[in-house]
Design a protein around this ligand. Sequence first.
Ligand code: BDR
Ligand code: CA
Length: 349
Amino acid sequence: MKYVWLDVDPGHDDATAIMLAVNSPNIQLLGVSTTHGNASSDWTAINAARCLVAFGAPSKILVHPGATEPLLLPAKHDPEIHGEDGLGGVEGLPAGDDSNVVARFAKDADGFNVHALDGMSRSIKETWRNGSGPRVTIISTGPMTNIALFISVYPKLLGAVEEFVFMGGGVGMGNRSSVAEYNILCDPHAAQIVLNVPVKKTMIPINVTHTAIVTREIHTQLLSPGSESSLGVLPAASSNLRHTLSTLISYFAESYKSTFGFQEGPPLHDALTVAYVAYPELFRTTRHRVDIELTGAHSIGETVVDVWKYKSCDDTWGRNGRNCVVADALNVQGFFDIFLEAVARCDAM
Ligand code: BDR
Ligand code: CA
């Protein structure tokens, strides 16, 4: 069993990561924190709560809103890809003022939202119990501002962290500049803090997430398991949940077609972090030295991956070490099998 804290900026593919985390048998989700990113921090927090309700998370799994801005740079959002509210075009989710959604926010005794850092630290302490309990895996699917702040504020809790797993970066490629991937570009300084921490890290870069494409065949199976895929209209959704996920995929597909020219379907970037934690055997990985470009006029936010081992590094996870496991390849069929199984589990609830 993996004990997981999830930090997200929903976001269409973040929503699929939440669905997978809630419905994977070998993951115990402890809580969720949210960050600025695909949309404003107000929207991402509401969206995370909407997703937890829609995807059947137990009522004790709560949302903890976190960073509203990056450490140094101004916040940027991505309405071109995700719509103004972060979940553009998604039908069937409960509204932000639905009582079940409102009840998903962790509150303190005075009725204020519990901040991401407070929620994470409390949950990790309660789980780890000073070493008599399990360590916690922290998954990040957005800009890593909350994670960097957690590291700075709670260095004594790093021993309780099994691993940081993040979707972000690219090996020699970017998607929101020629060389920078969106999550890293939004807060490159935070990402560099995380990369230097002496704890295991795994990066799921766009080189790999771009292989997890929701093709028409997979979209057909998502809507109606066992249906034949055809080039004509998609089959009707066999449940409300499947309709919701289908509208999510359709909107994301259009964004990826119009912005990046993806013809086959959208990539489920963020869900791969959860898949990696639950089913690491689906991935091939290599450990490298990874740094973030923080000053380049053309390359700020680039993940500089030392694939040729130019730097002399030790075997630690920190400042001088080969600090990060980088995913190289995914068993794509295996991933969509476990993804569709999670949808079926969620649907049966
Ligand atoms: C990342 O950026 C966002 O658009 C997605 O949610 C994902 O986390 C992909 O570059
Ligand atoms: Ca994201």
